[in-house]
Design a protein around this ligand. Structure first.
Ligand code: FES
Ligand SMILES: [Fe+2]
Length: 425
C-alpha cells in the first residue's frame, strides 16, 4: 500500500520524523500522534501496511467459498477459503479496478465482479472474461492480486507489503503450541460485534494494555484478576487480597497444565522484535473456568475436546492491532482497524466449538455479557482520552509501573514508524 505518488512529494514525512525523534520515553505520546491526519496516513501506510495484522480466524470461514472482507485504509482485502486453504486477495478487479465484494462476510462459488462480470475462482485465478479475444488475451495474466496471509493455529494475519516481516515464522513457532489445543479450525462464530470507537487506534490499543483502569470494569472483575501488569512490589493494599488469590490459582493452574502437557509460561516480546507479542496462560478468578459473570463456562461443549473447563485463559497480545482470550469453553478475538484519526473499528468475535448448539449448550447473551459490557466501558474511556488529547491543555503524562505494557506498545509503534520512515522520508 502506498501513498498516492502525486501526494508523496508534498507529504510531511520530515515533520513526522521530527515528532518521532522528540518522543519522550516513559510518557504518553504527543497530541499529534493522536489527532494529526498526516500521522494517521503514515500509521496506515507504514504500520498497518507493513506489519502482520490480525483480521479473522478460521472459525469465521469454515466452508470453501466462505469469505470476510476487511478494510485497511484505502485497501479492501478479501480473505476466502479456497478448499482447505485460506487465501487473501485485494478486492480490486483486474479489468478496470472495480471493487468486487461489498459485504463484510458471506459465501461465494466464484468471485464475480459486478461491473462486467469478470469471474475469478477462489484460488484468485481469472476464469472468465467476456468479449476478450481468446487469441490475444491470456487469462493467466489477470488473476487477483495476492495479499500475504499467515495462518497461525487458526488465527489469520495479513500483510499488505510484499516484504512481510519474516520473523512471523519464529513468532508462530512460539505461539502455536499454546494455541493448538484449542483447535480453532473446529470452532464457529457464536457472536460478532463491530463497534466504532471515537478515538485514535493507538488509544484503543493503549487502553487494552493495562489494568490500572480495571476498577471501571465490574463485570470483567468477576473473572479477571485486577493485578494484570502489576509486579508484587507495585500492589496497593487494596489489591493484595486479589493478588493472594491469584498466586494460589496460578499454582493450581500450572499443575493442571503440567498434567495436560499444555504450555503456560509467559513469553513477552512486546517491543523487542518486528512482529511483537505477549503470550501467557493465566488463571481466572472465582470458578476459574471462563470470562463470564460467575467465572463458570458459558458453553457446555468445550473447545478442543478438553477434559476440563478449568484452564484459565490463554491471553495473547499482538502488535499492532489485536488481543485474544482463549478459555476451555470459548474464545474471544479482538481486531482493531483504523478508520480516521479519531475513529477506530473494534471487531469482537466469540467462538465456540462447532458442535455446540445455541440454546442447548450455550446462551449467546450469557456468552457475550462480560465483553459486551467491557467493550462499552472501554469505548467510553477511549472517547474521554481522545477528547483530552485534542485539548490545547494536553501534555504527555507519566506512566506508572503497571502501565509498562502501554509503554511497550508505544516503544514498538514509535520504533517501527521510525524504521519505516527511513525508507520513505
Ligand atoms: S471492472 Fe470488473 S469486470 Fe470490469
Ligand atoms: Fe478496559
Amino acid at each position: 500500500m502506498t501513498t498516492c505518488s502525486r501526494l508523496r512529494d508534498t507529504f510531511p514525512w520530515a515533520d513526522i520524523k521530527q515528532l518521532v525523534d522528540q518522543r519522550k520515553a516513559g510518557y504518553s505520546l504527543d497530541a499529534d500522534f493522536y489527532v494529526n491526519p498526516a500521522v494517521f496516513e503514515a500509521d496506515v501506510e507504514l504500520v498497518f501496511g507493513r506489519h502482520w495484522i490480525f483480521v479473522a480466524s478460521e472459525g469465521e470461514i469454515p466452508e470453501p467459498g466462505d469469505f470476510v472482507t476487511v478494510d485497511v485504509g484505502r485497501a479492501s482485502v478479501i480473505v476466502v477459503r479456497d478448499d482447505d486453504e485460506v487465501r487473501a486477495f485485494h478486492n480490486v478487479c483486474r479489468h478496470r479496478g472495480s471493487r468486487i465484494l461489498d459485504h463484510a462476510r458471506g459465501e461465494v462459488g466464484n468471485l464475480v465482479c459486478p461491473y462486467h462480470s469478470w469471474t475469478y475462482a477462489t484460488s484468485g485465478e481469472l476464469i472468465y472474461a467476456e468479449s476478450q479475444d481468446p487469441a490475444t488475451f491470456d487469462l493467466n495474466q489477470f488473476g487477483l492480486k495476492k495479499v500475504n496471509l499467515r495462518n497461525v493455529a487458526g488465527l489469520l494475519f495479513i500483510c499488505l507489503s510484499d516484504q512481510a516481516p519474516e520473523d512471523m515464522d519464529d513468532v508462530a513457532a512460539t505461539i502455536e503450541p499454546y494455541l493448538a489445543p484449542h483447535q480453532l479450525r473446529r470452532s464457529k462464530v457464536a457472536a460478532q460485534t463491530d463497534i466504532i470507537e471515537n478515538g485514535n487506534w493507538k488509544l484503543v490499543m493503549e487502553n487494552n494494555r493495562e489494568c490500572y483502569h480495571c476498577g471501571g470494569h465490574q463485570e470483567l472483575l468477576n473473572s479477571l484478576f485486577p493485578v494484570y501488569g502489576y509486579a508484587e512490589e507495585d500492589l496497593s493494599p487494596r489489591l493484595k487480597p486479589a493478588f493472594d488469590r491469584y498466586v494460589k490459582a496460578q499454582a493450581d493452574l500450572r499443575q493442571q497444565c503440567s498434567v495436560l502437557g499444555m504450555p503456560y509460561v509467559a513469553v513477552e516480546e512486546l517491543d523487542t522484535r518486528v512482529t511483537a507479542f505477549r503470550i501467557e496462560r493465566d488463571p481466572l478468578d472465582n470458578a476459574g473456568e471462563s470470562i463470564t459473570m460467575d467465572g463458570r463456562a458459558a458453553s457446555r461443549r468445550l473447545m478442543g475436546g478438553f477434559p476440563t473447563a478449568k484452564l484459565g485463559r490463554l491471553g495473547i497480545h499482538m502488535q499492532p492491532n489485536s488481543w485474544f482470550h482463549f478459555m476451555g469453553d470459548h474464545a474471544v478475538t479482538f481486531s482493531v482497524l483504523p478508520v480516521a484519526p479519531d475513529r477506530t473499528m473494534l471487531r469482537t468475535t466469540w467462538l465456540v466449538d462447532r458442535d455446540a448448539v445455541e440454546g442447548q449448550d450455550y446462551d449467546v447473551e450469557k456468552l457475550k455479557r462480560v465483553w459486551e459490557a467491557t467493550n462499552d466501558q472501554d469505548r467510553a474511556f477511549v472517547q474521554r482520552a481522545q477528547l483530552g488529547v485534542e485539548s490545547p491543555a494536553y501534555e504527555p503524562g507519566p506512566y506508572s509501573a503497571p502501565e509498562y505494557q502501554v509503554e511497550a506498545f508505544c516503544n514498538w509503534y514509535v520504533s517501527r514508524l521510525a524504521a519505516n520512515l527511513d525508507t520513505v522520508a
